[in-house]
Write a protein that binds this ligand. Structure first.
Ligand SMILES: Cc1ncc(COP(=O)(O)O)c(C=O)c1O
Length: 391
């Protein structure tokens, strides 16, 4: 007999389109099949022991209680100094920088702080999977503008056409997940010109800021902070998880002009309030050494080249990898399967997991391209390459 006292009320979902993500599906399948997981984007190697020591040192010194809501001052000051040195714009540590629980919490907090029901927010597809549900939770309308298929470059004509009086914000991500493209100075200047006459805010997701390759050819990270017209309207989001090989620590930050930061903090205060104290102190101490982040492009460029050299021997067509820790390949010469089926097949039959690009589009657009993550030990990459050599 059903106990009527124990009836669980039925919910009307707020996010009808959200199910189990492809990342979970592929990681589960990879584990089940013993495949090399080049799907989900996280390192399989350890972080610098000095960083762990800095964090445990903070714990043993008793820095274990709530920090200030905005983040510990030494970390905000270290970020302010670093951004000023690298990108030439000094954010005030007190009123313009807030420590967050990773970039994910930073982005949803920005969106909840600025998007009113019915506001439009432009996303450039393919895009990171949290943006769209975040906008929907805020009651906003998602306006999808495709990056140019094949090159993944921004199409400013299309972006301009998508801007309306209801546009509240545009989300830009460079270096880009999943395409591994990097916006140029000309791209940022074009964005600055386009937004100048508007009230549109910029949400600039720069979590891969220290993974930009081929500096010899003049490529650098074009932070929105470098462009005064963008910095004045931007929430810049970054994450220590990517930079220091500690994706599980979930600490990042938002830098934005004081009036924007003030609104951001109103929401931040009530959705997370504060972020892990000893990790913040540990990061602040570790940041005194510039080498770990200044050396990161070379560290990942070597892995990119190792991986690309191996893939060049297969029938995959390599797309450029200008930044981030991703490498996309065109699968047309290898298989007739669609992207998602191909990734399942590759995991099951070849023993290497990848992610279909269709997962980053609202309509599942299939362009025969899949994404690998090369933030892995050389031995992991070599094992994957040996398996992929069969293709
Ligand atoms: C483009 C992009 N933004 C944000 C995030 C989330 O970063 P965090 O782990 O700091 O929340 C990721 C992580 O994969 C990402 O690729």
């Amino acid at each position: 007999m059903t106990n009527t006292l124990e009836r669980t009320p039925k919910l009307e979902t707020k996010l009808p389109a959200v199910g189990t993500t492809i990342f979970t599906v592929m990681s589960t399948l990879a584990a089940e099949k013993g495949a090399v997981n080049l799907g989900q984007g996280f390192p399989d190697f350890e972080c610098d022991p000095q960083l762990v020591n800095a964090v445990t040192g903070a714990m043993t010194r008793g820095l274990n209680q709530y920090p200030p809501m905005t983040g510990v001052p030494v970390l905000r000051e270290a970020i302010s100094a670093k951004v000023a040195k690298l990108y030439g714009h000094r954010y005030d540590a007190n009123s313009e920088i807030t420590i967050t629980a990773g970039a994910t919490q930073a982005i949803i907090t920005v969106i909840l702080a600025v998007v009113h029901p019915g506001d439009e927010v432009i996303v450039l597809e393919p895009c990171y999977d949290s943006y769209v549900p975040n906008i929907e939770l805020a009651g906003g309308k998602v306006v999808r503008v495709p990056l140019t298929p094949g090159t993944f470059r921004p199409d400013f004509g299309k972006i301009a056409a998508a801007i309306t009086p209801r546009t509240r914000a545009i989300i830009v991500n460079s270096p880009h997940n999943p395409s591994a493209t990097v916006w140029s100075e000309a791209d940022m200047l074009a964005l600055q010109d386009l937004l100048a006459p508007t009230e549109v805010l910029l949400i600039s997701d720069e979590v891969y800021e220290h993974m930009v390759f081929d500096a010899a050819q003049g490529r650098i990270h074009q932070s929105a902070a470098r462009f005064p017209g963008l910095a004045a309207r931007a929430f810049i989001v970054s994450s220590f998880g990517k930079t220091y090989h500690v994706t599980g620590w979930k600490v990042g930050y938002v830098a934005a002009p004081a009036p924007l930061t003030a609104e951001f903090r109103k929401v931040h205060q009530f959705n997370v309030f504060t972020v892990n104290t000893p990790v913040q102190y540990g990061l602040a101490a570790y940041m005194a050494d510039e080498q770990p982040y200044l050396g990161l492009p070379a560290f990942y460029q070597r892995k990119r080249d190792l991986f690309r050299d191996g893939l060049a021997k297969t029938r995959f067509k390599l797309l450029p990898s200008e930044g981030s820790y991703f490498q996309c390949v065109d699968i047309s010469e290898v298989s007739d399967l669609d992207e998602a089926e191909f990734c399942k097949w590759l995991t099951t039959e070849i023993g290497v997991a990848a992610i279909p690009l269709s997962a980053f589009y609202g309509n599942g657009f299939d362009q025969r391209v899949v994404r690998f993550c090369f933030a892995k030990k050389d031995e992991t990459l070599n094992t994957a390459l040996q398996r992929l050599a069969k293709l």
